[in-house]
Design a protein. Structure first.
Length: 656
């Protein structure tokens, strides 16, 4: 399905007559004046997408008929994966012959599509300038071009049809300058390759397969670059309401078509995220320049909205701020990008407080509030801060007035807020004891909080529970120590990982209270031969290791290797081998980033940390989320970076 922009809101008769419709109810003024029965208004959300399947297949078949040959990538042979082979065969573009295994028949430029649109990129691969082609006839080899074309070039051709970007005007030099591009081509990074026991490692993610199938398979994105970015965002980062999952950003379509909001702002923000993800995955420079231009446009419009009291409280403004935080995650390459993400989340928190209780009057406002608070909790956990009091008050008001269904995640997030308060009071980053009279009271509160979290987990409904599978023969690069979990959905796995991260932080606070305060003010209580707090110390260490292993066991499903049909209750582990690569679903990988980094920052064996680093790098290569690569570098080359989210080394729980 393709995003088609905002449809007309007029009634059918006014649209047909091209008259101005006042959109009155139950009948518009034009129909009343002429005495006609008003046919009413269509459902706007149902018209945002149109089915492009037949048109795309027709275009691909037309291209195939012309029979020109192009070799993609720098490898000597292009061998589609089985999934891509099936997609290519469905439209007549693949033959299992030796020649077809090394070349993809893409075709010479096709005529314009049947709907008469004259847009650049109607051809799968546009031919170069005629004069250039005529001057290079002698350089072509029989059966294909001598100079191979990279995937980035193919996408650039789809968009522009030639190497010159007419949009790169003087005022956009910042975005077209290579020195200002904070991204890199994925190159030979392995995207979730699978190793059979005893086999050697080899690059396995055939990104060319994935993108080519995305471009020519049914439901392919439109040639329009703006529509391509929005379609990529909706495909990768929007989750529908399903079972216990309330959805994630599933109100995006409403906001994009909302005439009361700033449509240009929301479209620019969504487009920036979609294009940056696609560009970072494929290495298409034109797309990344467009993504940064859209980001700059969105930032400018956000700043304009913030000085307008009416615009500042609209759903479109806070939605755009949250989405721009996602852009920083995708393009993150240094600590400055982390700071930019922090500013976006802080901005969202301020907007939540500015919007007040009025935001709870609509379901969309409630959903936006819940997701924004989730981001704030992640930020506070990362920096050991407590949640702002006014935001906590608004949470209470939201729970009191909410018209949405209740779910266990609210109770779990309330406990999470209490944990952050306690962690902030303990201040594990301090090496000097400073709680001579309070430490035992804080310790009792921490133990009680952990017990409450255990009780909440024990009372979860069946749909919230997960199944543990032990498979010693599973691919060791995909499954950590042969154990993985199966959840109802990746969103449920995300909530579970949030609980695990909360208990890890709480256990670190307990450990710090005992090893910094207890050993100073009551050393006998920690004696190995019957000390009152010895068991508490051991239990905190065991909880940390258990929660860490739980996070790592969720990785296969979060990254798409566990195929689970919740309706039928069936599931299986689809560990791809080196010759059957797969692309990582971006939403699950995005949910996993912080928790995977937290687990990797704990003190444990070098093999465990190497496994975490490998998964982070795989996420970067397959989804284009550059923050994964940055965090992997921090864990691998600068383990002390974890101090930003954990206590100092002296108060880190040892591995069990």
């Amino acid at each position: 399905m393709v995003y088609c922009g905002r449809p007309s809101l007029s009634c059918a008769r006014c649209r047909a007559k091209k008259k101005r419709c006042d959109k009155a109810t139950p009948a518009c003024g034009q129909c009343r004046r002429t005495g006609h029965k008003c046919p009413g208004y269509h459902d706007v959300s149902a018209l945002i997408f149109r089915d492009e399947t037949r048109r795309v297949i027709h275009r691909a078949q037309t291209v195939h008929t012309h029979g020109a040959t192009v070799t993609l990538g720098n490898s000597p042979a292009f061998t589609p994966s089985p999934a891509t082979t099936e997609a290519l065969s469905a439209v007549g573009l693949y033959s299992p012959s030796p020649a077809a295994s090394s070349h993809l028949s893409a075709g010479s430029p096709a005529p314009n599509s049947s709907d008469g649109e004259d847009r650049p990129g109607n051809d799968l691969v546009n031919s170069r300038d005629d004069a250039k082609d005529s001057g290079n006839e002698g350089h072509r080899e029989q059966g294909g071009f001598k100079d191979q074309i990279s995937l980035g070039d193919v996408l650039d051709n789809i968009i522009h049809g030639d190497n010159d970007d007419p949009s790169a005007s003087d005022e956009m030099q910042f975005f077209t300058s290579e020195s200002n591009m904070s991204w890199e081509k994925p190159g030979q990074l392995v995207a979730l390759p699978s190793l059979s026991p005893g086999s050697a490692s080899s690059p396995g993610c055939d990104l060319r397969d994935g993108v080519m199938s995305m471009l020519i398979a049914p439901a392919a994105p439109s040639e329009s670059l703006h529509e391509l970015g929005i379609s990529y965002f909706l495909t990768n980062y929007v989750l529908p309401d399903s079972g216990p999952c309330p959805g994630f950003l599933n109100y995006t379509l409403e906001i994009l078509a909302d005439p009361l909001g700033d449509e240009e702002l929301t479209q620019a923000a969504v487009r920036a995220v979609g294009l940056s993800g696609l560009a970072s995955t494929t290495g298409a420079e034109t797309i990344m320049r467009k993504a940064r231009a859209s980001y700059a446009e969105a930032i400018e419009r956000v700043n304009t909205a913030l000085v307008d009291p009416e615009l500042a409280v609209k759903d479109s403004t806070i939605f755009a701020v949250m989405v721009l935080g996602l852009f920083e995650t995708i393009t993150c390459s240094n600590s400055e990008s982390l700071e930019a993400w922090t500013h976006h989340i802080n901005g969202a928190a301020n907007l939540l407080m500015h919007r007040g209780k009025a935001q709870f009057q609509t379901k969309r406002g409630l959903r936006i509030f819940g997701e924004a608070v989730s981001h704030v909790l992640t930020l506070c956990t990362r920096y050991g801060r407590s949640v702002p009091p006014r935001l906590r008050f608004l949470r209470v008001e939201m729970q009191r007035t909410s018209v949405l269904r209740t779910d266990p995640s609210r109770a779990l997030s309330s406990a999470h807020i209490e944990v952050l308060d306690l962690y902030h009071r303990v201040a594990p980053d301090s090496n000097t004891p400073f709680l001579p009279t309070e430490w035992e009271e804080l310790l009792s509160h921490a133990v009680e909080l952990d017990r409450r979290l255990e009780n909440l987990i024990a009372e979860l409904p069946d749909l919230w529970r997960f199944k543990t599978v032990n498979d010693p023969a599973a691919n060791p690069r995909v499954v950590y120590r042969g154990t993985y979990h199966i959840y109802y959905s990746t969103w449920v796995a995300k909530v579970w990982n949030g609980v695990r991260a909360c208990r890890i932080i709480l256990s670190q606070a307990i450990y710090c209270l005992l090893m910094r305060e207890g050993i100073t003010w009551a050393p006998m209580e920690l004696a190995t031969n019957g000390g009152a707090y010895t068991e508490v110390l051991q239990r905190a260490a065991e909880t940390t290791s258990e929660m860490r292993d739980g996070i790592l066991a969720s990785v296969p499903q979060m990254l798409g290797f566990v195929q689970h049909d919740a309706d039928r209750g069936t599931s299986y582990l689809d560990c791809c081998s080196a010759d059957m690569p797969r692309l990582v679903p971006a939403a699950g990988a995005y949910f996993l980033l912080w928790y995977l980094f937290l687990a990797g920052g704990l003190p444990h064996s070098s093999a465990t940390r190497a496994w975490v680093v490998d998964r982070l790098r795989a996420i970067r290569a397959a989804t284009g989320i550059q923050k994964a690569e940055f965090l992997a570098d921090m864990l691998e080359t600068n383990p002390a970076f974890a101090d930003a989210v954990l206590p100092s080394d002296g108060f880190l729980l040892p591995d069990v």
